[in-house]
Design a protein. Structure first.
Length: 356
């Protein structure tokens, strides 16, 4: 990777006997939006806090633009930070909140006025300049926190689950707003979240963390379509898993004998060998259902256990003969009746082999 802005070099963090981040390496390029995604306790927030300077690594180095920053206090790292709680000063107006980091840096009054005006315009809150935070909605407060983090033009913007307190509709709108802001300004953003949809919507790259380690890092499409581990397959969206054994390997595909009978051809996310026990991951929306009882090629014969209309799609549950697979169909598709005999079909490229 060229033009690296942030580098975590062999970072570990211990609290007594508890290892929270375990010998982790990660490079983030200038201008990238990288999400640290994982469940509670995976180490994502601790990693962000070490980058911000609120925590100190037990081992390893944090570098920004090639220079170690571990010895620098937070205020000298040139990073804007946005927290979930917003952390706005309640006794200050919107404009005063945004001006505060500039005042602390000794910027002149005239320049402060210009920068605050630009920041307010950027987050579309110019009309709210004289209001107090208590007079704003949650989404507006979040925009003020974002403007305050950007107004002094930091090298890096850090966001620690900043949308978690918003309702669903507002959260989805803020995701698009932040993404548009990133694209327009070319910001380097490190974003912590446990929300898979949020990470997929906003990120250039996603680092999936589990127990202090990176399970996989890649583009949203790579993470979703080509999971390398069971954890990634199950944590990112919904997936169907089936057990099988590799019979043969040809190029980027393998022939798999399913544990419950039948054979399929599946794409490979890593190296496997004949005779190896593996898991197959198939996303629900990649499966088609057809009438019938005879499975040929990449298909499994099954019965419908349930079919539920969920507004934007139909969710079909298959019985145990098809590993209890979930199928997601277009909302205008046929509503299958429980007990109907079907064949579930999927392409080799949509069925990924995962070594346990």
């Amino acid at each position: 990777m060229t033009d690296i802005r942030i580098r975590f070099d062999g970072i570990s963090k211990w609290y007594g006997s508890l290892c929270v981040v375990d010998n982790l390496d990660l490079d983030i390029a200038k201008g990238q939006f990288v999400s640290l995604l994982g469940p509670s306790g995976s180490g994502k927030t601790t990693l962000l806090m070490m980058l911000a300077g609120f925590e100190t690594p037990t081992k390893g180095r944090v570098l920004v633009d090639g220079e170690p920053v571990d010895h620098l206090p937070t205020y000298r790292r040139d990073m804007g930070v946005v927290f979930q709680s917003y952390a706005l000063f309640p006794h200050m107006s919107v404009g005063e909140n945004i001006a505060f980091p500039l005042q602390m840096r000794g910027v002149g009054a005239a320049e402060i006025g210009e920068r605050v005006a630009r920041a307010l315009d950027m987050v579309q809150l110019s009309a709210m300049r004289d209001r107090r935070p208590s007079q704003l909605s949650g989404g507006q407060q979040q925009r003020v926190a974002l403007a305050r983090a950007l107004v002094f033009e930091p090298r890096v913007v850090l966001m620690d689950e900043p949308l978690g307190a918003l309702d669903k509709q507002l959260r989805e709108q803020m995701q698009l707003d932040i993404r548009a802001l990133h694209n327009r300004l070319g910001l380097t953003i490190v974003f912590v979240t446990h929300d898979q949809s949020e990470a997929l919507t906003m990120s250039d790259r996603i680092a999936v963390l589990n127990k202090g380690k990176i399970e996989q890092i890649g583009t949203p499409r790579e993470i979703y379509d080509e999971p390398h581990t069971r954890f990634v397959a199950e944590f990112i969206g919904e997936t169907n898993l089936a057990e099988g054994t590799v019979e043969s390997v040809a190029g980027a595909e393998a022939r798999i004998a399913l544990k419950r009978g039948g054979h399929v051809i599946a794409g490979l996310s890593g190296k496997v060998a004949a005779g190896q026990d593996v898991l197959l991951s198939i996303r629900p929306e990649r499966i088609e259902l057809k009438d019938g009882t005879v499975a040929t090629g990449n298909s499994i014969a099954a019965r419908v256990a349930d079919c539920v209309y969920q507004g934007d799609h139909l969710r079909v549950q298959l019985d145990g003969s098809a590993h209890g697979f979930i199928v997601r169909l277009d909302r205008k598709s046929r509503e299958w009746q429980p007990g109907a005999e079907v064949v579930a079909e999927f392409r080799p490229a949509d069925c990924r082999v995962i070594a346990p």
